[in-house]
Design a protein around this ligand. Structure first.
Ligand SMILES: [Zn+2]
Length: 146
């Protein structure tokens, strides 16, 4: 999602979906249609919806701190399932890091999927102890060349 206005409107649409009990109604579809997305944005949205429909989005809550993050399992280029961590306006994927350098409003498909899944309540939910939560953010087994 490549511009500030689209990103803001999308957030509004999905906030509204959420406040209607997670139901995506015709009024939401109308707004989405009127936004006149670029082809690239449409593909991104499609990819995000697919991730949600395939139950790839998990909300992880830590106990007892109550901290949360969203984890999206998404096939990467090699076909291997990669896990991406989405925080409020951050994703750990390469596409997000590459694109936000040029445009801070960029949203990758994982962030869109996280937003859609939260609005429609199509989230897997996982609770972990705080110690494990830290490992999710900074995996200990990451190979290091240092
Ligand atoms: Zn991402």
């Amino acid at each position: 999602m490549s511009n500030e206005v689209s990103a803001a409107i999308l957030r509004r649409v999905f906030d509204d979906v959420k406040s209607h009990g997670g139901t995506f109604g015709p009024e939401h579809a109308e707004v989405m249609m009127a936004m006149n997305h670029s082809e690239a944005d449409m593909l991104l949205l499609q990819a995000a919806v697919e991730l949600v429909e395939k139950h790839r989005v998990t909300k992880i809550s830590a106990e007892p701190s109550g901290r949360t993050l969203i984890r999206v399992a998404s096939p990467s280029r090699g076909g291997v399932n990669a896990m991406y961590i989405c925080l409020d306006h951050f994703c750990s994927c390469d596409s997000f890091l590459d694109n936000t350098v040029q445009n801070p409003f960029t949203m990758c498909k994982h962030m869109l999927a996280a937003m859609i899944a939260q609005a429609t309540m199509k989230l897997q939910v996982l609770t972990v102890p705080d110690s494990e939560f830290a490992n999710l953010l900074c995996p200990e087994d990451t190979p290091s060349n240092m």
